[in-house]
Design a protein around this ligand. Structure first.
Ligand code: SDX
Length: 442
């Protein structure tokens, strides 16, 4: 009886793959939420076959406990807590602690953690000189990538990834200094003097102060603006194994130092298909200009011969409304009202574009909904940021998720260097020979 039960059990937890009449038993690992996985780690050694999945549409690259997304239902949870609840009740620093340590801190732990973070908000004075090497019109993300990577040249006492204390110090330095680097990138691009961190302020207030205060006058941080900033940081903090987080993990799997790994993540996030979409979405709305042009651009987005896409729309995982977009859409109106914009033509345009796209069969069939980047730019622009700063702000927030995922990976006992294989379809073996390629494609 027992064996029967065992065999039923083993059947349930094993997938069978038959290739050329050979049967391979592949273990199934159960998820606590969402999709179970088929473990193929031994497939190549046993069968000589690779699996093929460009873009990793059906591939889990790791096991993680940090963030859960249900794409069909439009659910996002950090360590099991719904992001909408965290946006309402928490703040970015507490959320970064939750992501890294796995549960909410008590008041004493949170107080100590906040102190540890603010102890790292300043940059080494030598490092600040790096900004002078950039042109004033350099994209702030170019400065973010460069200066974030350069942190490894200044903080050698937190490079040993095998020392848990150094790992946590590096994580705190990255989160704390990201806001300072981002703000200095902005100040440098507008030709204003750098504003040093003020450790009496909250993380969001400090970032706004470093961006918008000037030596010649007092800068008062409106509560509604700092709260909106804090919520934007919370909503962008982590998102499972997205392109930039996977970049950080892959870089980290070689043993590279955390500053270099996060700089790689910043670089990946910059792409318009990823974190750069917030800037691209606002620029798209400005190009569309008014409601009369909406249908023309929706047709362009559907036209396979046209590379135009509705920026801020669609998602690899969400086949429903991105829960973050819902929250951001509600904040838009509050922030615009605060800055005295009763009717923002860009917001009106975005709402009308969303309405028409969601009624269109192409978007319905392909399950394309607004994502986090569709409304975030409207809020950030209302707060006073230029579009070039939108992805910088995304990268500042994502340092919480990148460091949480990186520390989880380093702690994972089965972690090894990431080294994907390929389907090779190039030349077979050939001699050096005299015949040269006839193709004049060079
Ligand atoms: C982020 O991964 C994450 O979690 C990322 C992120 C995070 O927090 O880290 O959520 C942040 O990057 C959000 C996404 C921001 N990017 C954009 O808004 C750019 C516009 N969106 C697309 O480029 C696209 O939707 C992606 C890149 C987001 C997702 O691409 P996929 O999963 O590879 O899907 P796909 O490109 O294969 O699209 C499926 C179909 C295609 O048509 P067919 O080839 O099947 O005919 O939908 C079409 C696409 O052409 N499509 C779109 C579209 N997005 C997808 N058509 C028009 N407009 C769009 N925006």
């Amino acid at each position: 009886m027992k064996s029967k039960k065992k065999s039923t059990k083993s059947k349930k937890n094993t997938a069978k793959l038959i290739i050329n009449s050979n049967t391979y038993q592949l273990p199934i690992h159960k998820a606590t939420e969402g999709s179970d996985v088929i473990n193929i780690t031994k497939l190549f050694s046993e069968s000589g076959y690779f699996t093929y999945d460009p873009g990793f549409t059906s591939t889990a690259a790791c096991e993680s406990k940090v963030t859960y997304i249900d794409g069909e239902k439009g659910i996002l949870r950090y360590r099991g807590i719904d992001v909408s609840e965290l946006a309402e009740k928490s703040d970015f620093i507490e959320v970064s602690n939750l992501l890294i340590y796995g549960d909410l801190p008590n008041q004493k732990q949170l107080k100590k953690y906040r102190k540890l973070i603010v102890n790292h908000t300043m940059l080494n004075e030598q490092l600040i000189k790096f900004f002078n090497g950039f042109r004033r019109d350099a994209h702030p993300m170019a400065m973010m990538v460069g200066v974030m990577g350069a942190l490894s040249a200044f903080y050698q006492d937190s490079l040993d990834i095998n020392d848990p204390h150094q790992r946590m110090t590096a994580a705190r330095r990255i989160i704390a200094k990201a806001a300072t680097i981002g703000a200095m990138s902005y100040k440098y691009s507008v030709g204003q003097p750098f504003v040093y961190p003020d450790n009496e302020l909250s993380y969001a207030e400090n970032f706004l102060n470093m961006c918008f205060s000037v030596p010649s006058e007092n800068y008062k941080i409106p509560k509604i603006i700092s709260r909106a900033m804090d919520i934007i940081l919370i909503l962008h903090a982590d998102h499972e194994q997205n392109a930039s987080t996977s970049t950080v993990r892959l870089a980290g799997s070689s043993g590279a130092n955390p500053f270099a790994c996060v700089a790689a993540g910043v670089a990946s996030l910059w792409g318009p298909a990823h974190g750069g979409a917030n800037q691209a979405a606002l620029e798209m709305l400005e190009t569309i200009g008014n409601k009369n042009n909406i249908d023309k651009y929706i047709e362009k987005a559907k036209d396979k011969t046209d590379e135009f896409k509705l920026m801020g729309f669609g998602h690899r995982v969400y086949k429903n409304y991105d829960p973050r977009a819902k929250i951001l859409k509600n904040i838009c109106k509050k922030v615009l009202a605060h800055v005295g914009v009763k009717k923002d033509p860009i917001l009106e345009l975005a709402i009308e574009l969303e309405k028409r796209a969601l009624k269109d069969s192409y978007f319905i069939q392909k399950k394309l909904y607004p994502n986090v980047d569709f409304y975030s730019g409207i809020i950030l622009r209302a707060i006073g940021f230029p579009p070039e700063m939108f992805t910088v702000i995304f990268s500042i927030a994502r340092t919480a998720g990148w460091t949480a995922q990186w520390t989880e990976m380093i702690d994972d006992p089965i972690q090894k260097i990431g080294r994907p294989r390929q389907l090779y379809t190039g030349n077979k073996s050939q001699k050096y020979g005299k015949i040269r390629s006839k193709k004049n494609t060079r």
